[in-house]
Design a protein around this ligand. Structure first.
Ligand code: B12
Length: 435
């Protein structure tokens, strides 16, 4: 069977993201015997899409929907109209069934299916719902589940499946799925389950080795929601990568809590060049209210260890959780001064997703009503409201030149941003900004 997988994501900010989800699903389908092509909407217009469809004549089409929106306030962007237009074009050019998947679909399955007018969709992990493509499944929404992930793999023949893959200088690598934490706003347990599932460290290292030797790829992003959710696993992976006879660089998300600061030296040795800490706040009250599993001391200790190991790091902050006040904002700003990150990435307002604790709190507080759609982005703000929150946060950021606000404007269309990305295509944007 010929299957075309389309990566619908065209967002350039903070970086064009390698469509790893589509690639892993593509590999599972290929292993099951299908002929698979991946098409990237960053490189296609409706006309070239039509030509591709005519040349490949797929029997099934899967669309990978990564982002529903940019989750940023006030410069919020939704991608739904572009996705709807894509499905409409497909309907014009082919009769092949259209199957949706990806995190944006999994968070809003019924609404997405209805809005986009597709035939069916997979909620969750695509590798374990191949019947949606290959089988007789008549279900409109197939649920992927959270299986063991020993079998998931990057396709060794990525160049034949996805000829445009070299356009991405940073390739995503996944070492584990599942997040046991209970941060009140977070979708990761909804998307990946709470149980941590690991790939074998040798398999991860072999994948990196292969990408380096066969295709010359040197830059990677470990896409695990938290690479150190299970420290032992992270250490095993880092040791394996360090033992390879190659020089690569990677970035990753970490929680700012380590049992032993020397872990950062190992990370550095294995090629870790940049760490994004999912810190959210520096106020003990807010850390508790957001459900974060670490303290101010942990944040400082992890920052210090990172500095000593010579790894660039940023702290990602989330202002506006339950209980945020001008005082807690100041506490966070002061802690950031002490921690000394290369950059602070600050979001204001908490995006409310279905199935999260913040959705329940927002309903209790009358911020959203029962049955309200959350697909068009909705945000939680504390009683001070969005305008005061933005004012206080921006006031605190004044003079702190390493602070950056993704929600402040539409960065993706800003000329300065495009020039910067043209000049420095590799690595996280915040690292480039600090050059
Ligand atoms: C790593 C990551 C990043 C990194 C990516 C680095 C890199 N080079 O890859 C960075 C920091 C750059 C980033 C940025 C952003 N991110 Co981000 N990111 C993630 C994260 C943690 C993992 C994504 C990933 O690669 N997963 C691994 C792959 C294998 O999984 P997957 O894509 O889900 O694919 C599986 C299934 O979905 C399914 N599937 C996928 N496609 C298809 C297709 C079909 C047909 C089928 C059947 C199944 C299927 O099967 C796959 C394999 O099991 C997710 C959260 C999460 N845990 O999913 C957020 C997430 C995707 N990001 C999100 C957002 C909002 C953003 C930003 C917009 C934030 C911002 N304002 O800057 C930007 C957008 C960047 C861009 N250009 O698109 C949101 C999207 C939700 C939403 N609101 O729409 C998520 C879900 C987090 C959240 N808030 O809930 N992100």
């Amino acid at each position: 069977m010929r299957i075309l997988l389309i990566s619908a994501n065209t967002e350039p900010f903070p970086d064009a993201v390698f469509p790893l989800g589509a690639v892993l699903v593509g590999n599972a389908l290929r292993t099951a015997g299908a002929e698979v092509r991946i098409l990237d909407m960053r490189r296609h217009s409706p006309l070239s899409l039509r030509n591709e469809l005519a040349a490949f004549s797929p029997e099934r089409i899967g669309i990978s929907l990564r982002n529903a929106d940019n989750a940023a306030y006030p410069a919020t962007r939704s991608y739904l109209s572009a996705y709807t237009a894509l499905v409409r074009s497909l309907r014009e050019f082919t009769g092949a069934p259209v199957i949706l998947g990806g995190p944006a679909f999994s968070l809003f399955p019924e609404e997405m299916l209805h809005r986009l007018g597709a035939d069916s969709g997979v909620r969750g992990e695509g590798e374990c719902a191949l019947s949606a493509f290959l089988g007789p499944s008549r279900e409109r929404i197939v649920t992927g589940g959270f299986p063991d992930i020993d079998d998931i793999a990057f396709p060794p023949g990525i160049d034949t499946m996805f000829p445009g893959f070299r356009a991405y200088r940073t390739i995503g690598i996944q070492t584990a799925r599942g997040c046991p934490n209970r941060c009140i706003y977070c979708t990761y347990p909804v998307l990946e389950g709470r149980k941590r599932r690991h790939r074998r460290p040798e398999a991860v290292a072999a994948e990196i080795d292969l990408l380096y030797r066969r295709f010359g790829i040197r830059d990677f992003f470990i896409v695990d929601s938290l690479f150190n959710a299970d420290e032992e696993h992270m250490i095993a992976v880092a040791e394996r990568i360090a033992s390879l006879d190659i020089r690569i660089r990677f970035s990753c998300y970490l929680k700012p809590r380590v049992s032993d600061p020397s872990i950062f030296r190992l990370l550095k040795r294995s090629g870790c060049a940049a760490v994004d800490f999912g810190t959210d706040s520096g106020s003990p009250a807010l850390l508790a209210s957001l459900g974060k599993p670490f303290s101010r001391d942990d944040i400082l200790r992890a920052s210090r260890a990172c500095t000593e190991a010579g790894i660039d790091f940023c702290h990602s902050l989330l202002f506006g959780g339950p209980g945020e006040t001008p005082e807690t904002i100041s506490e966070t700003a002061e802690l950031m001064d002490e921690a000394g990150p290369k950059a602070v990435i600050a979001m204001t307002g908490v995006r409310i997703y279905p199935g999260t604790e913040i959705a329940r709190i927002a309903a209790d507080e009358g911020i959203v009503a029962e049955g309200d759609s959350l697909l068009a982005p909705r945000f939680y703000f504390p009683p001070m409201g969005p305008y005061s929150l933005l004012r206080y946060v921006h006031e605190r950021a004044q003079g702190r030149r390493n602070w950056f606000f993704p929600g402040k404007r539409d960065w993706g269309s800003a000329i300065g941003f495009k020039v910067l990305r043209f000049l420095y295509r590799k690595g996280p944007l915040w690292r480039i900004l600090r050059r």
